[in-house]
Write a protein that binds this ligand. Sequence first.
Ligand SMILES: NC(=O)c1ccc[n+]([C@@H]2O[C@H](COP(=O)([O-])OP(=O)(O)OC[C@H]3O[C@@H](n4cnc5c(N)ncnc54)[C@H](OP(=O)(O)O)[C@@H]3O)[C@@H](O)[C@H]2O)c1
Length: 214
Amino acid sequence: MKVGILGSGDVAKALAVGFLKHGHNVVMGTRDPAKLADWLTQQRGARASSFAEAAKFGEVVVLAVKGTVALEALRAAGASNLAGKPVIDATNPIADAPPVNGVLKFFTNLDESLMERLQREFPDARFVKAFNSVGNPLMVNPQFKEGKPTMFICGNDEAAKQTVRRILDQFGWETADMGKAEAARAIEPLCMLWLIPGFLRNEWSHAFKLLRQE
Ligand SMILES: NC(=O)c1ccc[n+]([C@@H]2O[C@H](COP(=O)([O-])OP(=O)(O)OC[C@H]3O[C@@H](n4cnc5c(N)ncnc54)[C@H](OP(=O)(O)O)[C@@H]3O)[C@@H](O)[C@H]2O)c1
């Protein structure tokens, strides 16, 4: 697949490495492609360009920018370059404020997630929440003795979720589909929960798993 990744930070890089490992082609979108030049010398099959060029290139687009600027980055990518495509939304609506006893502050509330805001402004893009509730070093083929961890996803478009499910299969995750975009109200705060052991005890090597009784 051709994958356009909007972002140049740790998440964008970790997912790019994962897509390349599994044989996909990647264009990274950033305001400043030059800052990825060194990193790209180590990555065959990837290049850097603008947000718009990356989105245009992708059959699948990944949104991996700071939550406060997610709408801004999508506007720079251009609605027409996102229309009809699965957009994997890895962002979290983390406010510019310090955590309280290890608990982050969000700029959204429990009745409206960031992904719903993005979906409302870009109705033709097919947003799927994924990869937001685990640290970037564990995003691609993480190894746990208990088996595959669970990635909670949601989104309004079934075909887009099927595409993301196939990617998650390749990336070594079990997928738990939580339904439509509103489920992002519950999935985004999993990031808060995931980060608490990190902030309190410097523990960063866990992931969530959904257990089901036979
Ligand atoms: N870090 C993790 O392990 C982790 C795990 C799960 C989810 N997440 C979520 O994934 C997202 C990315 O996290 P990150 O840690 O990789 O990076 P980050 O530092 O949160 O974001 C970096 C990206 O934000 C973009 N950006 C900043 N200001 C901008 C603006 N005014 N307009 C457009 N773009 C702007 C930067 O674009 P330029 O390239 O143009 O500078 C850069 O690509 C966040 O929403 C985060 O909450 C992070």
